[in-house]
Design a protein around this ligand. Structure first.
Ligand code: NAP
Length: 336
């Protein structure tokens, strides 16, 4: 069975996913494209999907009976309306993060999905599909290190552009930790605090970098995440889980160990796309498989909502300097 996919948003990640569907993944083909900038679609047709039809209207694409499932990879503020339209049309929808730009918007999607009576949404959080995080979760779930007590994490980028702002450290960068750590621990956040260490001279004048986010979970685990987006040396994701009887660390990406010029070294990646390229493949193949099986797994609309609520609390904590509660609606039985 081959799934016909319609893609809304043919920018950077949209093209990456279209390339995946066309050349790497199985049982899917991209048949429909929409972008506010038609030239973007035309480039995709010319370079990647000669048979795809370009739609001037995203809702028309969603409602075309030829389209079995929808990928939403447009600008964040457009996601909510497109996901709601896909649910309304009864179609499975893979939505890149954020599910919606507000927690309220995410809840609208949760409510629409419950009303539709079946899960149709998968949110584009790819880290739960990363082999390293999966191995780490397997160790935690095995009980070998006992109950997790503390997590020490870091999310470092070599540099960011001038348009990157202090709150984007939460909404664009930390958002991946907010999703994956909740999944890793099978736990929810109850409070957030943000501390600003001495600022690097490499950051633009309006950006506070680095930052340390402190999270507390419902089970009482404490998490610290260093976000350092002008660290210069590489794209580096760290996660160490301290349990009652042992410590488990996220594996480093594979790299040849080199003995040369009186040094022992391994390479550190600099590009986030390379760090998680396999995870993106596995994530999207899982979506395609879910569409065929008629049952969604993976990051749900509820997970998208949970990440949005935690992100809001972290941004409020950045602004207030206080410990901010993370207050979620009660989890509907639908998602249990
Ligand atoms: P991008 O390169 O700017 O692409 C977004 C595309 O959507 C652009 O072609 C844009 O057109 C188009 N667009 C904007 N408004 C639209 C509308 N109303 N209808 C249809 N198309 C519209 O951005 P990106 O880097 O691909 O990011 C897209 C989304 O993916 C963002 O939400 C981002 O957070 C997410 N993302 C997730 C990951 C991840 O690791 N999971 C990584 C990267 C991005 P114009 O260029 O003309 O505005």
């Amino acid at each position: 069975m081959t799934i016909n996919i319609g893609v809304i948003g043919t920018g950077a990640i949209g093209r990456e996913h279209i390339r995946r569907c066309s050349t790497v993944l199985q049982n899917a083909r991209v048949v429909a494209l929409n972008d506010i900038n038609r030239d973007n679609c035309q480039q995709v047709v010319d370079q990647l999907t000669p048979e795809a039809r370009i739609y001037d209207n995203a809702i028309e694409l969603i409602n075309d009976p030829q389209v079995n499932a929808v990928l939403v990879t447009s600008w964040g503020p457009t996601h909510e309306a497109f996901v709601l339209a896909a649910i309304e049309a009864g179609k499975a929808v893979f939505c890149e993060k954020p599910l919606a730009v507000t927690a309220e918007g995410c809840l609208n999607i949760v409510e629409a999905e419950i009303k539709a009576g079946r899960q149709l949404v998968q949110v584009g959080f790819m880290r739960p599909y990363d082999s390293g995080y999966r191995a780490l979760k397997a160790v935690i779930d095995s009980g070998e290190i006992g109950e997790p007590l503390m997590l020490h994490c870091a999310h470092r980028n070599p540099e960011v552009g001038d348009s990157y702002t202090t709150d984007m450290a939460i909404t664009d960068t930390l958002i991946h930790e907010l999703d994956v750590l909740r999944w890793l621990l099978n736990d929810d956040y109850v409070s957030a605090q943000v501390i600003f260490p001495r600022k690097t001279r490499k950051a633009s004048s309006h950006l506070r970098d680095p930052q340390i986010v402190l999270l507390e979970t419902a089970k009482g685990a404490r998490i610290d995440v260093e976000i350092f987006v002008n660290c210069e040396y590489g794209y580096d994701i760290q996660c160490e889980v301290v349990g009652e009887s042992g410590i488990a660390r996220l594996p480093e990406p594979m790299s040849v160990q080199l003995r040369s010029a009186a040094k022992l070294s391994t390479t550190i990646l600099t590009d986030w796309k390379k760090r998680f390229i396999d995870a993106y493949d596995v994530e999207l193949q899982a979506f395609i498989n879910n569409v065929i099986a008629g049952e969604m797994t993976g990051p749900s609309a509820w997970d998208g909502y949970a990440a949005a609520v935690a992100a809001d609390a972290c941004v409020a904590a950045q602004n207030s300097g206080q410990i901010v509660p993370v207050t979620m609606a009660e989890k509907p039985a639908f998602y249990r």
